[in-house]
Ligand binder design. Structure first.
Ligand SMILES: [Cu+2]
Length: 165
């Protein structure tokens, strides 16, 4: 295993010396931390209008939770842009219904919409973004979801935000 690890290390170093940005290195470090605390959770979106993760687990002991959204596809933001919205499950369809009118400039949510707990910017293939919100905003007795607010995407791109201890 050690030689495999060494080989992989060399491969990664080789790749890093090409086009990998400092951002991606930083991202990997933070992702490791996230697995310990669940205060930062990773969500991947792709070119097939899907989130890879169907559930996100956030820890109730975190003061703030950050969702790191990574678009693992290649299509540009104009063709397959995604974002992530956190809201009560019961508010999802209402928020989504307003998305077209709200427009991409507002990340597909109506400005000041109090149903929106968190909304990230819209990103295209190869991009990442983060959005944070206070855990105090979540009531453990309620059901929460995450979804993509790009018009029509919520039908495919939604999942459950699970609050755990
Ligand atoms: Cu989307």
């Amino acid at each position: 295993m050690r030689s495999t690890g060494l080989f992989f290390g060399m491969l990664v170093t080789g790749l890093l010396s090409f086009a990998t940005t400092a951002n991606e290195v930083e991202f990997k470090v933070q992702d490791t931390d996230a697995q310990d605390t669940n205060c930062e959770v990773r969500l991947e979106a792709n070119d097939r209008m899907q989130f890879v993760q169907k559930q996100l687990f956030v820890n109730s002991t975190c003061e703030t939770v950050t969702v790191l959204l990574q678009h693992i596809g290649k299509l540009p933001v104009t063709a397959m842009g995604h974002n992530v919205v956190v809201a009560l499950a019961s508010d999802m369809q209402g928020i989504a219904a307003d998305s077209f009118k709200a427009g991409v400039a507002n990340h597909y949510v109506t400005p000041g919409d109090e149903r929106v707990i968190a909304v990230s910017k819209v990103i295209g293939g190869g991009e990442t973004t983060r959005v944070s919100f206070a855990v105090a905003k979540l009531d453990p007795a309620q059901r929460y979801v995450f979804f993509c607010a790009a018009p029509g995407h919520w039908v495919m791109m939604k999942g459950e935000l699970v609050i755990s201890r």
